[in-house]
Design a protein around this ligand. Structure first.
Ligand code: NCD
Ligand code: ZN
Length: 353
């Protein structure tokens, strides 16, 4: 039978290697969506104030667990994997403590000013060399938001330039450092990772596999399709789809689901970020089906990530059914709403709970 005409898919439970769940009341709205689909999620540290210490990571992990529905809690169920927010002042002692804690799985590099809540981020990577040296030694991965931030650089070129200006020199100086190039959006980044050493991998979002910049700009501006790195040309989307569905084990699932309130998105200066966690694996299934590569979905969603992080794969499976359903117009968030990707439109796969 044609593998792409199947109506049911059974795969090892996925993990989300790049997720924003925010803090406070918002956690209760968004964490359950990921907890019902994924075994684990790498929780991004860009809160205000950011998660810069192991103690803050510990407290934040507890908050995330408190927002996880009871039946989904526990080692065999949903585990939030915490990250530290790298700053110019992160010490090697802090890195050692994070590693020893057993709850911090990576350190996130936000170039200062690159995206939401990145003001406390890194102004000059050289300032982080002591921390990076320690991470290289310990095998603690560096997760990078790969965009340069200089105001004169065109926003569509920022990822490509980051490769030349920051990533290449970094890899030169730290050849053994494990690096995840997060939410890649260009053919340049996909090629760079494919051709790089085994220490460099990448996450790819469902929205960058499904949409190009026309989906944000043609027929009226679509604030809910605005995220960072911004959607690119179709040729880049096709390259990402090719990379994600290839046999290369360096590409894995990271939704970058980034909920913002409706008010903050539908605004004269709208925030960057799309909310996709409510249907993460379903959206990826659509993308892989489009690429006639549904049989590659499990590697991308459930096998390649744990392999790179040196963790076991999840022990249970999920089932996806080919079934069309209409996405709600909004979901609650705090005392307002978040508008999900595809609000009021149809998704063609459904996870069985
Ligand atoms: C993210 C957010 O809102 O926290 N936004 C986004 O557009 N992806 C930050 C990020 O990952 O860049
Ligand atoms: Zn992100």
């Amino acid at each position: 039978m044609d593998k792409n005409s199947v109506s049911t898919i059974n795969i090892i439970r996925p993990d989300d290697w790049h997720l924003h769940v925010r803090s406070g009341e918002s956690l209760k709205s968004v964490v359950p969506f990921t907890a019902r689909q994924c075994g684990r999620a790498i929780i991004m540290p860009n809160l205000t104030p950011p998660i810069t210490t192991t103690q803050l990571a510990r407290d934040y992990q507890q908050e995330v667990l408190n927002a996880t529905p009871e039946p989904l809690k526990g080692t065999k169920k949903f585990q939030p994997l915490m990250t530290l927010y790298l700053t110019d002042n992160t010490t090697k002692e802090e890195i050692q403590e994070a590693y020893d804690s057993g709850i911090v799985f990576a350190v996130k590099l936000y170039p200062a000013g690159a995206t939401t809540n990145s003001d406390a981020g890194v102004t000059d990577i050289k300032k982080c060399y002591p921390a990076l040296e320690k991470m290289q030694l310990l095998g603690l991965p560096l997760l990078v938001h790969g965009e340069v931030t200089q105001s004169e650089i065109d926003i569509f070129d920022r990822e490509k330039l980051f490769i030349d200006k920051v990533l290449n020199p970094l890899i030169n100086d730290f050849p053994e450092l494990k690096i995840v190039f997060e939410h890649i959006t260009t053919a340049d980044a996909a090629d760079f990772v494919s051709e790089g050493s085994a220490n460099i991998a990448a996450t790819i979002t469902a929205h960058h596999l499904l949409m190009n910049r026309n989906d944000m700009l043609v027929g009226g501006i679509k604030p809910h399709h605005y995220c960072l790195p911004v959607l690119k040309r179709e040729q880049h989307r096709l390259a990402l789809l090719q990379a994600a569905s290839s046999d290369n084990i360096k590409f894995f699932m990271g939704t970058d689901s980034a909920p913002h309130s409706q008010n903050n998105k539908e605004n004269s200066c709208g925030c960057a970020g799309m909310f996709t966690a409510f249907a993460a694996i379903e959206l990826y299934a659509e993308a892989f089906e489009q690429a006639k590569a549904l049989d590659q979905l499990e590697k991308f969603s459930s096998l390649n990530g744990p392999q790179f992080y040196g963790l076991d794969i999840n022990t249970d499976t999920i089932t996806l059914k080919r079934e069309s359903w209409v996405v709600p117009e909004h979901y609650p968030l705090d005392d307002g709403y978040v508008i999900p990707l595809r609000a009021g439109q149809t998704i063609h796969w459904k996870i069985e709970i």
